[in-house]
Design a protein around this ligand. Structure first.
Ligand code: ATP
Length: 363
């Protein structure tokens, strides 16, 4: 068992900066939990508090029910993999892998056995005598993972472990980490600023911004029902289209600077929206939910096609709508030339509504 529980965990740096504000969540036994957010949002600080590398300002951190706030890193039974690998350049791969066990005074045969096992799991057997300088980026990353692996810790913490690799290698290592997690069944906390990495790796994702946990859920739930505008915009590429306007129930959304109201029909969210009559809100629609209107149908939005971006199996359409740019994502198909008018449609049940003042989801 290895359950990590954070209760109102807080970090205030000596200069008064609140890097993590009251984070509360649990990492389940055997779960791969991803912490994601933009640079500076506090994810590394949070991870370092779990590791014991950063003092906790307030709140409690428990591992398997035991409060470990004051426990030294080496006594927490946690292994951390860093973004820069932190390999010892003068040691061979085998020595790097076994070093933590050697420090702990484990018997030589045990170390050799565990190093062999890690090397087998990570396909490093043929490189055991090489030094880090002679390895490829992917192999170095695997050695860094292997060093955590040989310790057989309760919890693995990974801080942007793939950020120094090129795009192709990142993809390959991502698959490898997912496979490793499945095979070990270990509890893992994985930090990244890359939303694609978060969505593909995480069983659950913690989205952070400005030190505050914004939402915790499965990747699909976050995508389908973002709790606020930050989460809505952070996940998904191209990003969700946002239209700000005043709601007139029965009439639609009146947008600043647009020709007329955007008819919403009677969306299933109508009951939740009723109290918002006459108030300002933000309508969100994902690019795949905004489609050119069908044959003979005028569509709800009259836009102008600005730019066509083919990206292989789909096309991104950049459209001008009043003062705004919208993006629609369509399968390959014949399209009018840039500059032409294009009517757009959306399914009312796929819309997202947010409070314009707070950004919080309404429906
Ligand atoms: P990145 O992806 O860039 O590493 P992050 O989300 O991991 O960012 P942190 O490294 O946790 O963010 O930093 C969170 C905030 O705390 C940042 O604004 C950072 O400038 C600030 N910070 C980090 N370390 C210190 C420190 N020792 N003293 C004061 N402020 C700090």
């Amino acid at each position: 068992m290895a359950v990590v529980r954070l209760d109102k965990l807080r970090k205030v740096y000596p200069n008064g900066h609140v890097a993590v504000a009251d984070a509360s969540f649990e990492v389940g036994d055997g779960e791969l939990l991803v912490l994601v957010g933009p640079s500076g949002c506090g994810k590394t600080t949070l991870l370092r508090m779990i590791a014991g590398l950063e003092a906790i300002s307030a709140g409690t951190l428990a591992i398997d029910g035991r409060v470990v706030n004051e426990l030294a890193p080496r006594d927490r039974d946690i292994a951390m993999v860093f973004q820069n690998y932190a390999l010892y350049p003068h040691m061979t791969v085998a020595e790097n892998l076994g070093f933590a066990l050697k420090l702990r005074g484990r018997p030589r045969e045990e170390i050799a056995g565990r190093v062999r096992e890690a090397a087998r799991l990570l396909e490093l057997e043929s490189r055991l005598d090489a030094r880090p300088a002679a390895l490829s980026g992917g192999q170095r990353q695997r050695v860094a993972l292997g060093r955590a692996l040989v310790r057989d810790p309760k919890v693995f913490l990974l801080d942007e472990p793939l950020s120094n690799l090129d795009a192709r290698l990142r993809l390959a290592m991502r698959v490898e980490i997912a496979r490793l997690h499945r095979r070990l069944g270990a509890t893992m906390v994985y930090v990244t600023h890359d939303q694609v990495e978060a969505m593909t790796l995480g069983q659950r994702i913690v989205v952070m911004d400005a030190g505050v946990v914004q939402q915790i859920d499965t990747p699909m739930a976050l995508y389908r029902r973002p709790a606020n505008l930050f989460v809505a915009c952070f996940l998904g590429s191209p990003a969700m289209n946002l239209l700000r306007g005043t709601l007139h129930v029965g009439d639609g959304l009146r947008l600043a600077g647009a020709q007329g109201p955007v008819p919403l029909g009677l969306p299933p969210q109508a009951a939740a929206l009723a109290p918002w009559h006459g108030r300002e809100l933000v309508l969100g629609v994902r690019p795949e939910d905004l489609q050119p209107a069908g044959e003979g149908r005028p569509g709800r939005l009259q836009a102008q096609l600005e730019l066509i971006e083919p990206v292989g199996n789909e096309i991104f359409l950049n459209l001008r709508y009043g003062a705004q740019t919208l993006v629609s994502r369509v399968p390959p198909r014949p399209l009018p030339a840039p500059g032409a008018p294009l009517a757009l449609d959306f399914a009312p049940e796929r819309l997202h509504f947010f409070d314009a003042a707070t950004g919080v989801r309404i429906a």
